[in-house]
Design a protein around this ligand. Structure first.
Ligand code: AMP
Length: 465
């Protein structure tokens, strides 16, 4: 499908603090492991003992960094970021980490998430005379910390947390500390790893695996972890935290080999597929996953139903970010460039086609058509999440409500629109109760957000429209 038609990933953050080793290369490898969370820009900031040096650019981590510039980033503590813009345009000025210099101190910050009161806060800060360099909501956090800095670093962060509303997983670098912060609803993931005398922070645990570090634990809701030469210290806000991590991390975003809040992403997807088979069984010849997003759920569906799974759709591995969407009229070519049908496998078969989600409905319509044109007798679509009916205000770039097919149509109408012989979505109940995701944000399915949002409000961009 065309680039502009998809939901996009959010951001990935990474941090490292070592007593003995240089950290730039490990941060780079960590960012590469988190690349699925954002491909628009990549950046690393390292404290060299005197100042913070930062290199960032548009593109993938492999495009921005090379041996030469990583060597320049000499230091034992640093942070990194890969970005997809949820607030603020895709511009180099919005690339992170953001670096500030105030009261003879350096501070660098990288943020994954989205603030829902960014507009109000920025107006207030601007009225006080503060000038912003970027159009991203993350800069507000940096300003608030600076504003409250006289109280001490941790107190300044706590005061900032009292004022900002929304989702934030933060890594912050000062000249003597690496800090990790997770919002009071723990909406976006953040975890702590260790290897030898080096501590790491990362959006997902898969980033630790690549550098041989061990996952110690997740940063908790409303927790600030401060890492320095004495080890880890934990601070909390004196507010009631209500854990509501984002369900879409488990459904789609996170890598299957990550563990978030103690739950394996792969096995959660497998269970979703099993539950789907229980909720909506069908007699069929073959379970076909949409690669790669439907693979784990399809495996679960196949295990539960006893229907064999086969690769009826083959993905071109070299189509990535650089994929130039063909002309809208040439839809058939568009989908075939990325995915092709294995005609010899699907011919004359009753297929159960599995994907993780339907957002606008474009992908599924094309895939059903592709399987049928490849000779499939029937195509029964099963989706391992409920219909997406509401926009996300907490860091996932869902389109507006009117573009969401689940908000506009009933399940039967969607079935007709995508040309499937039958269609079922996993129930919210099944997702919560049977998969063990009781305390989770399902705002995109049922409009129950962790914090109140004015629903008509479009996601705020600071740019002039
Ligand atoms: P759509 O064609 O708009 O219905 O999008 C659904 C397809 O996009 C499915 O194949 C999903 O796996 C995939 N998808 C879901 N969420 C995202 C996202 N945030 N970014 C990119 N693709 C996504």
């Amino acid at each position: 499908m065309g680039n502009g038609e998809k939901l996009k990933e959010e951001c990935g953050v990474f941090g490292a603090f070592s007593l003995s080793s240089l950290v730039a290369f490990n941060i780079y490898y960590g960012l590469q492991a988190l690349q699925h969370r954002g491909q628009e820009s990549a950046g690393i900031a390292v404290y060299d003992g005197e100042k913070v040096n930062c290199i960032k650019g548009l593109g993938l981590a492999t495009e921005v960094f090379n041996k030469g510039n990583l060597k320049v980033l000499e230091g034992k503590m640093g942070i990194g970021h890969v970005r997809y813009s949820t607030t603020g345009s895709n511009d180099i000025v919005n690339a992170q980490p953001l670096v500030a210099n105030f009261r003879k101190e350096y501070m660098a910050l990288a943020h994954n998430g989205n603030l829902i009161n960014a507009e109000e806060l920025r107006n207030q800060l601007e009225d006080e005379g503060r000038i912003f360099q970027t159009t991203s909501d993350s800069e507000i956090i940096l300003h608030l910390i600076a504003k409250n800095f006289q109280k001490g670093l941790i107190e300044a962060i706590q005061e900032t947390m009292r004022q900002i509303k929304g989702s934030y997983a933060l890594v912050i670098l000062t000249d003597h500390k690496l800090i990790g912060v997770r919002d009071v609803n723990s909406i976006r993931p953040l975890c702590i790893g260790k290897k030898g005398d080096t501590y790491f922070l990362a959006s997902e645990s898969c980033a630790f695996d690549v550098i041989g570090a061990k996952l110690i634990r997740d940063v908790e809701a409303g927790e600030i972890v401060a890492i320095d030469k004495n080890g880890i210290n934990s601070f909390r806000l004196e507010v009631e935290e209500k854990k509501m991590p984002c369900v879409f991390e488990y459904i789609y975003f996170a890598r299957p080999d990550s563990v978030i809040d103690g739950k394996s992403v792969y096995f959660t997807r497998l269970e979703m597929g099993k539950r789907l088979a229980i909720e909506s069984p069908i007699e069929a010849d073959l379970v076909v996953p949409v690669p790669d997003s439907g693979v784990a759920a399809a495996r679960g569906y196949s295990l539960q139903s006893g229907i064999p799974m086969g690769e009826g759709l083959i993905k071109n591995k070299y189509i990535g970010r650089t994929f130039i969407a063909p002309d809208q009229k040439d839809r058939e070519t568009g989908v075939k460039i990325k995915l092709n049908v294995l005609k010899e496998l699907v011919k004359s078969k009753k297929i159960v086609l599995i994907d993780d989600s339907i957002v606008r409905g474009t992908t599924m319509k094309r895939l059903v058509n592709l399987l049928k044109s490849g000779g499939a007798k029937e195509v029964h679509v099963r989706i391992s999440s409920p219909p997406v009916k509401y926009s996300c205000y907490f860091g996932i770039d869902t389109p507006t409500k009117k573009e969401l097919i689940g908000a506009r149509m009933s399940v039967e109408e969607i079935r007709k629109a995508i040309g499937a012989d039958s269609l079922h979505f996993l129930s919210i109940e099944g997702l919560k109760k049977n998969i063990g995701l009781e305390s989770i944000c399902t705002g995109c399915f049922d409009g129950n957000y962790p914090l109140e949002v004015s629903k008509g409000k479009s996601k705020y961009l600071f740019e002039k429209k």
